[in-house]
Write a protein that binds this ligand. Structure first.
Ligand code: AP5
Length: 216
């Protein structure tokens, strides 16, 4: 069983490579951003609570998001296969809460992979990202465009831009990362768990780097 945390600023590729690695190695990909967006779409109490933080680019309070992760980690698929946590933890407090959860299950973390690249590239990736309203597939109008500009290649539904991918909100999210999440780099480095990946290359290049730092 392999248990991983994927860290890094918005647009660094955490979701992209968690998806690829999860598929290739049967690890459960847990994206706190995806969970929150699904709750918002469903109009659940959690979604209502999260909406103002997510849409403005701020962070949902630590205890709320840690509970969400705790519940997800109890599922059978996680116990059997191991997990990739994408976008959690995002503060030192969340990392401490994750330690508590892992200790309760007698699990250990194998690595924290840090994806990072130049700010201008992060911003251009974020503002060019599009998602399918039907199947959720991700496209990028600059770096992986759909065949028809506004339509999903797979299911034909319309594509949309995440509310927090506007230039202004994306810049704010990068600041939030610097202030609240970047201290986790030290946190995991001190524990000997940090693996750095320069995620500025092509999909194939970065995919190879991830496998190499994880010896997969
Ligand atoms: P979340 O959904 O986690 O957003 P994020 O961390 O800001 O990350 P992104 O999804 O923007 O980027 P990514 O690194 O996954 O990049 P991706 O692979 O998509 O969180 C959203 C919000 O939810 C937060 O702001 C917060 O409000 C809340 N939240 C979530 N977790 C929380 C927590 N733990 N605590 C509190 N609040 C929380 O790639 C980006 C684009 O670039 C894509 O279009 C992709 O196709 C493209 N791309 C990526 N890599 C490459 C490459 N190598 N070559 C070409 N294109 C590439």
């Amino acid at each position: 069983m392999t248990n991983l945390v994927f860290l890094g600023p918005p647009g660094a590729g955490k979701g992209t490579f968690a998806g690829m690695l999860g598929n290739d190695f049967q690890l459960v990909h847990i994206s706190t951003g995806d969970i929150l967006r699904a709750e918002m779409k469903a109009g659940s109490p959690l979604g209502e609570q999260a909406k103002r933080y997510v849409e403005s680019g701020g962070l949902v309070p630590d205890e709320i998001i840690a509970d969400v992760v705790d519940v997800r980690l109890r599922a059978d698929d996680v116990r059997t296969n191991g997990f990739i946590l994408d976008g959690f933890p995002r503060t030192v407090r969340q990392a401490e809460l994750l330690d508590d959860v892992l200790a309760r299950h007698h699990w250990k973390l194998d690595a924290a992979v840090l994806f990072d690249t130049r700010r201008d590239l992060l911003l251009s990736r974020l503002t060019a990202r599009r998602l399918c309203r039907g199947c959720g597939r991700m496209f990028n109008v600059l770096y992986g465009p759909p065949k028809k500009e506004t339509v999903c290649d797979d299911c034909g539904e319309a594509l949309y831009q995440r509310a927090d991918d506007s230039k202004e909100t994306a810049l704010g999210r990068l600041d939030v990362y610097d202030q609240q999440t970047a201290p986790l780099i030290d946190f995991y480095e001190r524990r000997g768990l940090l693996k750095r990946v320069d995620s500025g290359g092509t999909l194939d290049t970065v995919n190879a780097l991830v496998r190499s730092v994880l010896s997969l």
